[in-house]
Design a protein around this ligand. Structure first.
Ligand code: NAD
Ligand code: IPM
Ligand code: MN
Length: 349
């Protein structure tokens, strides 16, 4: 039978707490399936850095890359920890993985499930997906500062945008739209970021001419934040730059019942490298170790992982179990493990 080699990176803070529940669900849904997951656990993150001084060695990267897929919790240490002053776990680990494994699509679906505690009075139906570019933009680390720490400091952070990089993610977004409701919204800031924005707009227009069935519109990112709150139902597929996509997807999580429900996939669609699935949220140091984090985002990330591996039946079962759990919530407090157990029980039912 089929074997999937899965790298598991629980990470820091609530990462290990939510990944424990995600693994329970993964184990349960594949119990009787035609597939076996062979898991390798990687100790990576702030805790590992504090222990060994390493963030992600070449050996770590090669080992992770030799798997078929990756499940990650979250990374990032306690804010203000002086021992982490010179570390940059986010850049040196998370972004390094996304860049090295060419995760040029960061897929972040937002669905308002029945019963989810959204903040909007009349949300209507919300079901859209953000296709966030994952390997370019202001995230490339192309910058520097001079006269650092003086009143004359100059710090630059250059956004790198390539025609190649934009076209491939835009093509992916159009393909998504065709599998969904044939609507695509480009979000950028073309009125100010004329060079990069102009290229995004031109490439979207060019690719659009090959997809006459897809209705295309454009929003400046500031206006997009308005509509995400006032009329989120207008969105089907949003395609956007790395940084705009980061910000919009936290907002999207908030309007669809909280960041504890928001799942994501860092995808290398070409299949040359393993894709990596993780909740949208971070290590949440403010609630870490208390067993109060919602593991649903990690569990729904498992559904995205299964879907990516073309285990669509298993993916559907996980999503349905999570959805039923959300619908049955009555506001009473549950531990992280209780939520994971409840979703696992629904899977087995
Ligand atoms: P965060 O997402 O960790 O937390 C923001 C808020 O949401 C906090 O109040 C937190 O308690 C809450 N929250 C997050 N996940 C939750 C869950 N599952 N259930 C309930 N509440 C939840 O964002 P932050 O505070 O800006 O970042 C904390 C650290 O995580 C930083 O070091 C940051 O760089 C890192 N981070 C890592 C990732 C990742 O590994 N993918 C993503 C985002 C942030
Ligand atoms: C996310 C996070 C990361 C990002 C950080 C931790 C590097 O916020 O996955 O949304 O900005 O992409
Ligand atoms: Mn983010």
């Amino acid at each position: 039978s089929r074997v999937v080699k899965l790298a598991v990176i629980p990470g820091d803070g609530i990462g290990p707490e939510v990944i424990a529940e995600a693994e329970k669900v993964l184990d349960a849904v594949t119990e009787s399936a035609e597939v076996t997951f062979e898991k390798t656990r990687f100790s990576l993150g702030a805790a590992r850095y504090l222990e060994t001084g390493d963030t992600l060695t070449d050996e770590d990267l090669a080992a992770v890359a030799s798997h078929d897929a990756i499940l990650l919790g979250a990374v990032g240490g306690m804010p203000g920890d002086p021992r982490l002053k010179d570390a940059n776990i986010e850049r040196g680990l998370l972004l390094k993985l996304r860049f090295a494994l060419d995760h040029y699509v960061n897929l972040r679906p937002s669905v308002l499930y029945p019963g989810a505690p959204g903040p909007l009075a009349e949300p209507g139906e919300i079901d859209f997906v953000v296709v966030r570019e994952g390997t370019e933009g202001p995230y490339v680390g192309n910058g520097g500062s001079i006269r650092t720490g003086t009143p004359h400091e100059i710090a630059n952070e250059t956004s790198v945008n390539t025609a190649f990089g934009i076209e491939r993610v835009v093509r992916f977004a159009f393909a998504q739209a065709e599998k969904r409701r044939n609507k695509l919204t480009l979000v950028h800031k073309t009125n100010v970021l004329v060079h990069a924005g102009g290229m995004w707009k031109r490439i979207v227009d060019e690719v659009a001419s090959e997809h006459p069935d897809v209705a295309v519109d454009y929003l400046h990112v500031d206006a997009a934040t308005i509509f995400l709150v006032t009329n989120p139902g207008r969105f089907d597929v949003i395609v956007t730059d790395n940084l705009f996509g980061d910000i919009l997807t936290d907002l999207a999580g908030a309007v669809t019942g909280g960041i504890g429900l928001a799942a994501s996939g860092n995808i290398n669609p070409d299949g040359a490298f393993p894709s990596m699935f993780e909740p949208v949220h971070g290590s949440a140091p403010d609630i870490a170790g208390q067993q109060i984090a919602d593991p649903t985002a990690a569990i729904l990330s498992v559904a995205l992982l299964l879907d990516h591996l073309e285990l669509s039946d298993e993916a559907r079962r996980v999503t349905r179990a999570a959805r039923e759990d959300i619908e049955a919530r009555d506001g009473s407090a549950r531990t992280t493990a209780q939520v994971g157990d409840a979703i696992t029980a629904r899977l087995r039912a």
